[in-house]
Design a protein around this ligand. Structure first.
Ligand SMILES: Nc1ncnc2c1ncn2[C@@H]1O[C@H](COP(=O)(O)OP(=O)(O)OP(=O)(O)O)[C@@H](O)[C@H]1O
Ligand SMILES: Cc1ncc(CO)c(N)n1
Length: 317
């Protein structure tokens, strides 16, 4: 017997119209990052997500195997379709793939609150942007972005610094903010270890030390002195013996974080609140997937909201 979706009376079974956030990003066939992460996060946080696909990636928990950019004319057609009919309160960008697409997004999304996650490299290490793309980010997208959410290595690339440049994280955030947008420079556990980003003085300032991995620090820069936003680390497995039992499922944290920022902004939160809420959401979802066994590499952060699934009688009648 087939189950029928319940049709309850409008007063009982309806909810208010949700805000719309447009996610402009690429697909991840493994379902951990990119548009899969964006739409799941927006849905979990009470937002209707519309989407523009910029590239298709063949990707799994072990790495990126192929990137197929969508032609700029097809990206433009998707943008025209959704910007007119379903105007977004906030736009969030992830992997854009080509310089043409970066410029197109900058042109078409000017005047809409814009959260830019400058995806230049996958968690698994694959390069997802070349010099032309970087140039387009610097000169076209950053000046019209409301907030950008790079990690430290993306921040260095956007500033034209060497990968090994020792500039501390808050200075990187401040330098990017000087180009126009507010900045949340994200820092996973490697930042807490002081790898290339935080100086000992900064760790003293935020009440931790260079050996501590208990807290992650994101740096919020809005023009003045950058502010440290700290939250508890979900320990990630690495070569250290004490971390052997920790999670290996952290694929998609950056996309999830930026989408959560966009969702909270769309609900009217201010940027510091949105950034704190987004970090709390990432931490919760990392914790939830910490014992999952998906794939052989770095598995996904949790994108399920009701898991295990509710009993059928709670959904169907
Ligand atoms: N292990 C962790 N425990 C708690 N929070 C984490 C952890 N790893 C990342 N985060 C948080 O997740 C958010 C996204 O930061 P992250 O640095 O992972 O982005 P990213 O490097 O751009 O990710 P990705 O490579 O998936 O795009 C930040 O708020 C960061 O502090
Ligand atoms: C499609 C896509 N977007 C973003 C990332 C960054 O994690 C990724 N690995 N893949």
């Amino acid at each position: 017997m087939s189950a029928r979706i319940a049709r309850s009376s409008p007063a009982e079974g309806t909810s208010p119209t949700p805000p719309v956030v447009l996610a402009i990003a690429a697909t991840d066939s493994g379902g951990g990052a990119g548009l899969a992460a964006d739409l799941a996060t927006l849905s979990a946080l009470g937002v209707h997500g519309t989407l523009v696909v910029t590239a298709i990636t063949a990707q799994d928990t072990t790495g990126v195997h192929l990137v197929h950019p969508v032609p700029a004319s097809v990206v433009a057609a998707q943008l025209e379709a959704v910007l007119g009919d379903l105007p977004p309160l906030v736009v969030k960008t992830g992997m854009l793939g080509t310089a043409d697409t970066v410029r197109l997004v900058a042109d078409r999304c000017t005047g809409i609150p814009l959260v830019v996650d400058p995806v230049l490299r996958a968690t698994t290490g694959a390069e997802l942007a070349d010099h032309e793309v970087l140039h387009a980010y610097r000169h076209h997208l950053l000046p019209v972005a409301t907030v950008i959410t790079p990690n430290a290595s993306e921040a260095r690339a956007l500033l034209g610094l060497d990968p090994g440049d020792p500039t501390p994280a808050p200075e990187l955030a401040a330098a990017l903010a000087a180009l126009g947008p507010a900045v949340v420079l994200t820092g996973g556990p490697s930042t807490a270890l002081g790898v290339g980003t935080n100086s000992a003085a900064e760790f003293a300032e935020i009440g931790t030390n260079t050996e501590s991995t208990d807290h992650c620090t994101d740096w919020l820069a809005t023009g003045g002195r950058p502010v440290a936003l700290t939250h508890p680390t979900v320990q990630v497995a690495d070569e250290r013996p004490e971390n052997r039992g920790a999670t290996r499922n952290d694929h998609g944290t950056g996309c999830t974080f930026a989408s959560a920022v966009a969702a909270r902004l769309a609900h009217g939160a201010d940027l510091p609140t949105a950034a704190r809420d987004a970090a709390a959401y990432v931490t919760t979802q990392l914790q939830r997937s910490s014992t999952w066994d998906l794939g052989t590499g770095r598995g996904p952060i949790a994108h399920t909201h009701a898991h295990p699934a509710p009993a059928p009688e709670e959904i169907y009648a």
